[in-house]
Design a protein around this ligand. Structure first.
Ligand SMILES: NC(=O)c1ccc[n+]([C@@H]2O[C@H](COP(=O)([O-])OP(=O)(O)OC[C@H]3O[C@@H](n4cnc5c(N)ncnc54)[C@H](OP(=O)(O)O)[C@@H]3O)[C@@H](O)[C@H]2O)c1
Length: 295
């Protein structure tokens, strides 16, 4: 399969992606739209004329399936694009939600699954899953997704949740060919996402100096640059009809690679495995069904 090439690069901003694009009449929902990449994406979409719904965590807590359901039931409009942008990273201790799901998998993946499958979407709706290069480090462990038997590791849990988001794009694209679903790695950006990281980890990542100052080393983007990929997939006419793909931090479609500790770019084979996508879909569907039955 030929990889899709876009005219955008790693430093392109969300506003540049939307230059000359008129989104008047398009209603777009973005999670986590109050900070970081989500806020930058929401601003750019609004500037291009879109109506942007950006529920806060108080209105839509993705870690709480009842809250997602209430939000969906209260929204009596059709949505033309969903950007699953909200996320948590490297939560230090193992935590589970009321549904019994590990909190990163619950927030980053399951809450978005419940939201996307519960919403009324227009026939040509575009769905974007904001994943991460972390999906290269590990996939979904179907034997123990909630770390009940294996030791909890904050990064293994984050990687699993980000691979799960790519699998959700794959599953959606296979189930609903009229609409599109893609995943994107925004790159590295200083945001509140790093709130759980100790200074030693930030220093090891080249993100902080010895005095605690944030470093904007070469690889770091601004939030406006980091938001370019999600906006591109949600709204650029150049990507219309493209589905089931993963775009990297350079805003180009990524090649499928083996995954593991080494690769910096690409999408891991386990993140795009159609059988894993189906299996994860069934797990999520069962969780949502159980929650509905308990209501
Ligand atoms: N920054 C990076 O370097 C980087 C790299 C790769 C991927 N990403 C991905 O990019 C996305 C955006 O992250 P960011 O960097 O912009 O971080 P951020 O500034 O921390 O934004 C994350 C957003 O998610 C929201 N959120 C967290 N838990 C939630 C919940 N249970 N329910 C509803 N909303 C919740 C947060 O709301 P509160 O403000 O209420 O906490 C916040 O608005 C994430 O999916 C992240 O994994 C970021």
């Amino acid at each position: 399969m030929t990889l899709i090439h876009t005219p955008f690069g790693p430093r392109t901003t969300a506003a540049e992606v939307l230059a000359g694009v008129d989104l008047t009449g398009r209603r777009m929902l973005i999670t986590g739209g109050g900070s970081g990449l989500g806020r930058a994406a929401a601003d750019a979409l609004r500037d291009a004329g879109a109506e942007v719904l950006a529920p806060t965590r108080l209105e839509l807590d993705l870690a709480d399936l009842d809250a997602v359901r209430s939000y969906v039931e209260g929204l009596d409009t059709t949505v033309d694009a969903v950007i699953a942008n909200a996320g948590v990273m490297a939560v230090p201790e193992r935590r589970t939600t009321a549904a019994g799901w590990e909190v990163q998998l619950a927030t980053n993946f399951l809450g978005h699954f419940a939201l996307i499958t519960g919403l009324r979407l227009s026939d040509d709706a575009r769905i974007v899953l904001v994943s991460s290069g972390a999906q290269l480090r590990g996939g979904v462990d179907f034997d123990d997704p909630h770390f009940e038997r294996r030791p909890y590791d904050p990064w293994v849990a984050y990687s699993q949740s980000k691979a799960a988001e790519v699998l959700l794009a794959v599953a959606l694209s296979r189930r609903d060919p009229g609409r599109t679903a893609n995943a994107v790695n925004p790159g590295r950006i200083h945001t509140n996402l790093q709130r759980h990281l100790p200074p030693a980890t930030m220093r090891a990542m080249g993100a902080m100096d010895d005095d605690g100052n944030l470093l904007h080393a070469d690889g770091f983007k601004t939030p406006e640059q980091g938001a370019a990929g999600e906006v591109m997939l949600a709204a650029s006419p150049l990507l219309r009809g493209v589905t089931g793909r993963y775009f990297d931090e350079d805003n180009q479609e990524a090649a499928v690679v083996a995954g593991g500790p080494e690769p910096a770019l690409g999408v891991a084979r386990w993140s795009v495995d159609p059988d894993a996508a189906d299996r994860l879909w069934e797990l999520a569907e069962a969780a949502v069904r159980k929650q509905s039955a308990a209501r």
